[in-house]
Structure formats: C-alpha cells, structure tokens
Design a protein around this ligand. Structure first.
Ligand code: AP5
Length: 219
C-alpha cells in the first residue's frame, strides 16, 4: 500500500517521531526526511555543514533557520515530484514552516497534515536516556520500552554493536525540551489556522500510536 499524503510529524524530543516515521516509510511506502538524521550524518562525515553544527547539536540548541531551510530545499529538490513525504524534525520554527509552505507551493504541492504527537514532559527524559540504536543498520531501541528480541543482537541485521546519541543525556534533553516549547510550539497555531493540525496522544504503546497515524492518513 502507498500513501501520497505529505505530513509534518511534530512532537517533543523523544516523542516518538522517528520511531513512527521509520515504520510509516517501510509499511506505507512513504519517504522519510529527518533533519536530525541529516545533521548527524554531516557531523559523522566531518563535512563543512557537520563542523558548523556539531556543537549546536551537542548542546541541544537549534541550528539556524538559513542552514536548515537550505538543507531541506536541497533534499526536496532531489525528490522532484515525489509524494508521500514525512517531514520529521522540520519545521521547528515559524520561519521554517513558512519556508516549507513556499517550497511546496513552488512544486504545486502542499502539506496535508501536521500531526502533533503529544507526550508529557515527565516521560521524555526516561524515553531519551534509554534510547540506543544498532551501530550497523541504525534500528532504534529502548532499554525498557523496545528491547531487541534477543538481548545483545539487532532484530534487523543481527549486529551486536549499539550506540547512543551524544545529545541523549539529561542536561541536553532539558535544553531540547525548552527549545521545543519556546521555538517550535508556536508552529502549532500556524498549522491550526490552516486546518491541518491533528493532535494525537503519544503516551501510548508504539503500535497504538502508529494505528492512530494510519487512520489519519487513510481518511
Ligand atoms: P532530532 O534528531 O530531530 O531530535 P528530537 O526532535 O529531539 O527528536 P528525537 O530524535 O530525540 O526523538 P523522536 O521524537 O524521534 O523519538 P524516538 O522515536 O527516537 O534533532 C536533533 C538536533 O538536531 C536538535 O536538537 C537540533 O540541534 C538539530 N535540529 C534538527 N532539526 C532541526 C531544525 N528543523 N531546526 C533547527 N535545528 C534542528 O523515540 C525516543 C525513544 O523512545 C526511543 O528509544 C524509542 O524506542 C522510544 N519510544 C518511541 N515511541 C515510544 C512509545 N510510544 N512508548 C514508549 N517508548 C517509545
């Protein structure tokens, strides 16, 4: 099955955006565009972009709008007229949301839904500090909520090495959450005014959250 809707996945750090986007892309043949993943890849490659943003990512601050907008514009250009795009981690400020609308308008396209995954603050730190991923294929796990089926081995590729993100510590998470409330929450009324906002309770089993998103997409 393929879904042709273009969506913005919003939510606090650790809200489950990445977890849901990976499954939506795999099962509904959608295209997953995650600014956090693109930036971390640039840091790992030590590219010019990576060197510019490394400290910002590690502190939990936001990368400047001009850098991020250029990064997304480049990715959307590469995608051409593709539909079914999941934007994960973008937009994160009102100027980014305005720029995204402009980019889609220039392609005679549009965002169909902005889906806000709501998770209470007290759950965020536990989710983030327990997160890890397979070092070989990137499959995400959690110490408590999403353990590999066989301890020590990745369910997908069988790899036995895992990694944790540098910004997944208590201090940085507090800063990321503060940034979310100050800089990103204002895009909620932006999408509400356009009639595109859908809120879902993300404090639920990952599979239940997934089904709620699928119900929105198949409406
Ligand atoms: P980014 O990578 O986008 O980080 P984030 O928004 O903080 O989101 P996370 O990736 O931490 O969380 P998630 O919602 O994807 O949760 P996940 O599914 O992994 O950005 C990183 C940095 O890049 C930013 O701080 C900023 O510096 C920069 N940046 C990126 N985009 C930018 C932009 N547009 N503008 C400026 N700067 C930008 O889940 C978390 C854990 O919980 C996992 O272990 C998972 O297994 C578990 N879990 C998931 N769902 C559930 C559930 N329902 N129940 C229990 N556990 C669950």
């Amino acid at each position: 099955m393929s879904v042709n809707k273009n969506i913005v996945l919003m939510g606090p750090p650790g809200g489950g955006k990445g977890t849901q986007a990976v499954r939506l892309a795999a099962e509904l043949n959608m295209k997953h565009l995650a600014t956090g993943d693109l930036l971390r890849a640039a840091v790992a490659q030590k590219s010019d972009l990576g060197l510019k943003v490394k400290d910002i990512l590690e502190s939990g601050g936001l990368v400047s709008d001009d850098i991020i907008i250029a990064l997304i514009a480049e990715q959307l250009d590469k995608m051409g007229s593709e539909q079914g795009i999941i934007l994960d981690g973008f937009p994160r400020t009102v100027p980014q949301a305005q720029a995204l609308d402009e980019m889609f308008k220039n392609k005679n396209n549009n965002i169909d839904y902005a889906i806000e995954i709501e998770v209470p603050d007290e759950k965020i730190i536990e989710r983030i500090t327990g997160r890890f991923a397979c070092a070989k294929c990137g499959k995400g796990y959690h110490d408590k909520f999403m353990k590999p089926l066989k301890e020590g081995f990745c369910d997908v590729c069988g790899g036995n090495e895992f990694s944790r993100r540098k910004d997944d510590n208590k201090e940085t998470v507090k800063e990321r959450l503060a940034q979310y409330k100050q800089m990103t929450a204002p895009i909620i009324p932006y999408y509400q005014k356009q009639g595109k906002l859908v809120n879902i309770n993300g404090d639920d089993e990952p599979n239940t959250v997934y089904q709620k998103i699928v119900n929105i997409l198949l409406k």
